[in-house]
Design a protein around this ligand. Structure first.
Ligand SMILES: Cc1cc2nc3c(=O)[nH]c(=O)nc-3n(C[C@H](O)[C@H](O)[C@H](O)COP(=O)(O)OP(=O)(O)OC[C@H]3O[C@@H](n4cnc5c(N)ncnc54)[C@H](O)[C@@H]3O)c2cc1C
Length: 424
């Protein structure tokens, strides 16, 4: 399994509980992916605790701080760790690489203090002091409210949440939650905890202001603009899937997501994909897809089929999410000629004026060549210009030269004897 988020954990538990030899590889030092990061060190019940305990009580071999960066031959992956390079030889592979926040360029978006909502929340959970700091949260998606709640708990003064989607779309999404009472209860719980924090719909940032640090943000609702003081602007326009590894392995991608069949199998034999790379659907969708992939990987498709109904429900939730938080066209016009699009390599919007495609951009500018390797600017360029970033080459992440050239520590092939137990 690549990815120790909900999807990877669910797939790993099912496979390991059926006596397969399972390795989970994740580039973070923690288990749980984006949503449950660091949770094992805190007292917490519910779904997260259930899955993290289940994983820790299994025989799954966990490789944290290990980044898969290449696949030198079929059924082989290389991971860089702080100590060297590991080589994994697999028989079945589940890709559960998750998603990242989408950042769109607007004047001032590169100022210190402007960051993704998920990123700021993660930093706050890890001890970064936000108490008494004025925070404006902007962008799109339900994550904005979850982050407002989380930052408020850490003592931040959340001035407002600016959601670019219109009220009618968000209300329709709210009504669709009647089919998912647990999500509805969660949503109502969050909303009640952030009572007093204004939630503006159809509202988005046009400029972050400040000299060496963000000091305020100018927002608009399309007809008027106003400025709000802040110490942090947490701004992200929903999520984009991490497709680099699926693409490197040759998995077909359609409409921006990995194509999978009903068994979560990609177009590449024995390669499964689950969670956010198949569609941004949230934690419950990721868990179900992971379990389906796990059951099929252990050759028990009948157990996978028992989950199809539940998965269909979460796919409906995913579709409402996509519809409600679709990005408005005005966001394509926020950047001025002088605005950086690629902040790693200081490439401005005007530098891209003669480019016709992502390939053209990479041939003619340094856009996408920096340390993020196009993860930020490539996704932005896709939204701004419709350019597809489909040329993926190893290394997927910046790695040490010694990792590219060096000796690997080979691990035993991941093999297994079938022994099917019932689904839980
Ligand atoms: C920054 C951020 C914060 C979020 N916070 C919340 C929140 O507070 N509440 C909420 O409900 N939802 C949150 N979400 C959404 C949530 O992550 C998803 O709904 C859900 O967890 C998806 O699970 P997943 O298993 O598909 O992916 P993830 O949880 O994203 O797990 C994927 C894992 O794969 C790893 N990975 C990717 N590529 C490689 C590679 N090449 N080598 C090794 N490892 C790799 C990643 O590091 C990650 O740990 C957040 C998302 C993001 C991006």
């Amino acid at each position: 399994m690549v990815g120790a988020g909900p999807a990877g954990i669910a797939a790993a538990c099912v496979a390991a509980e059926n006596r397969r030899t399972v390795a989970v590889v994740d580039n973070s030092p923690w288990l749980g992916g984006q949503i449950w990061r660091g949770i094992q060190t805190k007292t917490r019940g519910g779904t997260a605790r259930h899955w993290l305990d289940r994983l820790q009580n299994s025989d799954v071999q966990i490789f944290s701080s290990a980044t898969i960066f290449a696949s030198p031959s079929a059924n082989q992956l290389l991971a860089e760790t702080p100590d060297g390079v590991l080589e994994f030889n697999w028989k079945k592979l589940v890709l559960a690489t998750g998603a990242r926040e989408l950042f769109l360029p607007f004047p001032g978006w590169t100022l210190p203090g402007v960051m993704g909502p998920g990123g700021l929340h993660a930093m706050a959970k890890s001890g970064w002091p936000v108490a008494e700091k004025k925070v404006v949260i902007a962008g799109s998606g339900p994550l904005l409210l979850a982050v407002a709640d989380g930052l408020k708990k850490e003592g931040a003064r959340v001035s407002l949440v600016a959601e670019q989607a219109n009220w009618s779309e968000v209300m329709r999404f709210g009504l669709s939650l009647l089919r998912h009472p647990r999500k509805l209860i969660q949503g109502v719980g969050i909303k009640s905890r952030i009572i007093g924090v204004p939630y503006h719909f159809g509202c988005w940032p046009v400029r972050a202001n400040g000299s060496s640090q963000v000091e305020s943000v100018t927002l608009t609702d399309g007809s008027r603009s106003w400025t709000v003081d802040c110490d942090y602007l947490a701004c992200g326009f929903h999520l984009v899937p991490n497709l680099e590894l699926p693409r490197l392995l040759g998995c077909a991608v359609s409409n921006g997501y990995v194509s999978v069949n009903e068994f979560q199998l990609t177009s590449v034999p024995d390669v499964f994909c689950a969670g956010e790379p198949t569609g941004i659907g949230g934690v419950d969708c990721a868990l179900i897809e992971g379990q389906v992939a796990g059951w099929v990987a252990v050759e028990a498709p009948d157990y996978a089929r028992k989950l199809f109904g539940l998965r269909a429900d979460w796919h409906r939730f995913r579709a409402s999410l996509h519809q409600a938080f679709a990005l408005r066209p005005e966001l394509r016009r926020l950047a001025t000629p002088n605005t950086y699009v690629c902040r790693c390599e200081d490439v401005r919007l005007e530098d891209l004026s003669n480019c016709k495609s992502w390939r053209d951009t990479k041939l003619n500018t340094r856009c996408g060549m920096g340390s993020c390797q196009g993860r930020i600017c490539g996704a932005a360029a896709e939204f701004l210009f419709g350019w597809k970033n489909d040329s993926v080459r190893p290394p997927l992440f910046p790695v040490r030269a010694s990792s590219l050239a060096g000796k690997t520590d080979a691990l035993p092939e991941i093999t297994a004897e079938p022994n099917i137990s019932s689904p839980t």
